[in-house]
Design a protein around this ligand. Structure first.
Ligand SMILES: [Zn+2]
Length: 280
């Protein structure tokens, strides 16, 4: 009976996970953020396209089932899916990278991944992309193509190789600093104190917030649209006026709120050793 109960619980959790947020799999038209930087993800799972004269860079794939929506968004903007030359990820979780192996196979793009996330990227376990990493990145490495340059900033904690991508975009005679946050979030079930698989997890989050706070940011972006209020900002774009993605104050407020949440959880776990995020 106990085993059966446990199985039901796991099945229930798996169903919840599979359903997820309805915006995860809701296709939306791609749109220009600024300069040669475009959004081609779903209503919440962000995918970024950087268009250059030597081919394109794609950051994230979303789940396998979302790859056709990503491809359609690229093509409806008038770009070629087959021009994808370099593939990057925010971090090695299925909502951002499960489809990476599919896109790599379709386009022949070179996959570049932060060192500590490489084993997860190449894993063929359920929900993992089983992709081949062509170039292993280290903190501060740059990725260049056709005059565009991205910098990989290690922002660990959420995963060991979680990566915040930064780049400069030219728009209307201005140079804009874009920051695509990898993830500052402590997920439900995460253990910050006494984590045997990831002993330095809390110190890594501390480092991540230090890095994020120091980055210059004009264009506030991230691995999920929800981080930066993407859907609401998209409505503002349709209404015309200033580019709502230029939101330095929004970035600072978001990072500060996320750091507070992390520090409260860390303090709570120190008071309750052996507990996990989401447990009271
Ligand atoms: Zn994640």
């Amino acid at each position: 009976m106990i085993r059966r109960g446990l199985f039901s619980l796991i099945a229930f959790a798996a169903t919840l996970f599979a359903q997820g947020n309805p915006d995860w799999h809701r296709a939306i038209p791609g749109f220009k953020i600024a300069g040669n930087l475009y959004y081609v993800g779903t209503a919440d799972l962000a995918v970024y396209l950087i268009v250059t004269p030597e081919g394109n860079i794609l950051i994230n794939s979303d789940f396998k089932e979302d790859v056709p929506a990503v491809r359609a968004a690229i093509e409806k903007l008038g770009f070629k899916y087959s021009d994808t030359k370099i593939l990057l990820i925010s971090h090695a979780h299925g909502d951002h990278d499960e489809g990476i192996g599919v896109i790599q196979k379709d386009t022949g793009a070179r996959l570049m991944v932060m060192d500590a996330d490489v084993p997860q990227e190449e894993s063929t376990a359920r929900g993992r992309p089983g992709a081949k990493v062509d170039r292993v990145l280290h903190d501060g490495d740059t990725v260049e193509l056709g005059g565009s340059k991205l910098t990989a900033r290690l922002t660990p904690g959420h995963t060991k190789g979680c990566t915040t991508w930064t780049m400069q975009v030219q728009e209307g005679g201005r140079t804009l600093n874009a920051v695509i946050i990898g993830s500052p979030n402590v997920n439900n079930g995460y253990i910050l104190v006494g984590n045997k698989d990831y002993p330095q997890i809390a110190e890594d989050y501390v480092k991540t917030f230090r890095v994020l706070k120091a980055l210059p940011c004009d264009l506030f972006l991230g691995a999920h649209g929800a981080y930066f209020g993407m859907l609401a900002k998209l409505e503002q774009i349709k209404a015309g006026g200033l580019n709502p993605f230029i939101d330095s104050a929004g970035y600072r407020a978001y990072v500060s709120e996320r750091e507070d949440t992390f520090r409260k959880e860390w303090a709570r776990e120190k008071q309750n050793p052996g507990s996990r995020m989401g447990e009271k």
